[in-house]
Design a protein around this ligand. Structure first.
Ligand code: HEC
Ligand code: HEC
Length: 324
């Protein structure tokens, strides 16, 4: 009897101390830092390079959708050039992550960051202090040339003061941050340059490395971000951070004739669809930015999407509301 009691007592204490250690580890690991190289990116003053960067930021790379304030959502959805002052909240199961101010304000924006620090956060997912960024930004494989263009354009943004409280995460979120979040980097060495043209090869670069079509139109495990579905077959359920309670399931955009949303569209209707912009209120697809893509880019995307493996996957409800 006594022995049993002390067993309970000792296991109780040891379970308790493991739990306490866990709590300590979770808090300690919030400040874990990672090593990642600074890409050899130097901002340029060349107007052609800056114009390319501007096009990427408000076009295929859709930085404006997340870093432009959602107080100005209609302008974002119209693809207009607005300040990238951040502050938008993404609500995850474990808390809230807000987008930083990426204007050149030195205190509240990225004006005091070096070119290498900005480039490293985009390519290697490691912030200025060395902490892992949550993997919202799919630009790890962007070419050196395009990364240079993006950083060069960011350097020209006038400073806007807007202090953002970046993270508001609960204990579960801190545990996720401590044990599951690792910086995400490129697959191998990113290309030096990928010259824009209307080929499927360029479309592939856009769909995977710049515009992130693959990231939303493929089913994923939302806890880890891991891809679990066939590429472009849709089926990812996403909450709209723009309209509370509104949910979207991404359509299948493979060329499967029975279930592929755009299987029967020709190149011209694909381009017209992108020129028409958002048709669903609260949609999470950045139609405004994509509408700024050139015909050449849209052709390339269309041609690439025609080459992906057709997958039979019927997505019944594209727009719905979460019960309860
Ligand atoms: C899908 C939304 C989304 C898109 C698109 C996006 N960002 Fe971000 N960005 C975020 C979030 C969220 C964070 C903060 C992540 C965190 O705190 O872990 C962030 C962080 C950053 C940082 C890090 C700042 C710091 O303090 O270290 C920079 C720089 C940045 N973004 C620039 C860009 C640029 C440039 C683009 C376009 C090429 C872009 N972002 C596109 C959501 C986005
Ligand atoms: C942030 C997530 C996200 C990204 C990134 C994204 N999509 Fe979507 N897409 C959606 C959602 C959600 C819908 C359904 C709601 C809607 O039509 O707006 C959708 C709808 C579509 C449709 C169907 C439109 C219609 O008229 O029914 C096509 C085609 C499409 N996306 C293609 C693309 C392509 C090509 C890219 C990359 C350039 C892309 N998407 C990037 C989330 C995304």
């Amino acid at each position: 009897m006594n022995r049993w009691k002390s067993y309970v007592k000792w296991t109780g204490i040891s379970v308790g101390s493991v739990a306490a250690l866990f709590v300590v580890a979770v808090y300690a690991l919030q400040y874990r830092t990672y090593e990642a190289p600074y890409p050899q990116i130097v901002a340029s003053n060349d107007s052609v390079v800056i114009a390319r960067g501007r096009h990427l930021v408000y076009g295929p790379a859709h930085c404006n959708f997340c870093h432009g304030s959602w107080d100005e959502l209609p302008r974002i959805m119209a693809g207009e050039t607005i300040d990238l002052k951040g502050g938008n909240a993404f609500t995850l199961p474990f808390g809230i992550i807000r987008t930083p101010n990426i204007t050149s304000d030195r205190e509240t924006g990225i004006g005091a960051f070096s070119d290498g620090e900005i480039a490293r956060s985009l390519r290697f997912g490691v912030d200025r202090e060395g902490h892992a960024l949550f993997d919202f930004m799919p630009f790890h494989n962007v070419s050196d040339e395009d990364l240079t263009a993006i950083v060069s354009y960011l350097r020209t943004l006038p400073p806007v003061k807007n202090a953002v409280e970046r993270r508001d995460i609960n204990f579960a979120g801190k545990a996720v941050n401590a044990f599951l979040i690792r910086p995400v980097g490129p697959d191998g060495t990113p290309p030096a340059t990928v010259p824009p043209d209307s080929t499927a090869a360029y479309g592939k670069y856009l769909a995977h490395s710049v515009a992130n079509c693959v990231g939303c139109h493929t089913d994923r495990d939302m806890k880890t971000g891991a891809f679990i579905g066939k590429p472009f077959a849709g089926g990812l359920e996403m909450g709209s951070d723009l309209v509370p309670g509104l949910m979207f399931t991404t359509p299948n955009i493979t060329p499967d004739e029975a279930t592929g949303k755009m299987a029967l569209w020709d190149e011209e209707s694909f381009i017209l669809r992108f020129r028409a912009g958002s048709l669903e209120e609260g949609t999470v697809m950045p139609w405004g930015a994509y509408g700024n893509m050139s015909d050449l880019e849209l052709k390339a995307l269309y041609r690439y999407l025609k080459t992906v493996t057709p997958v039979r996957n019927e997505v019944k409800q594209i727009v719905w509301r979460k019960e309860g």
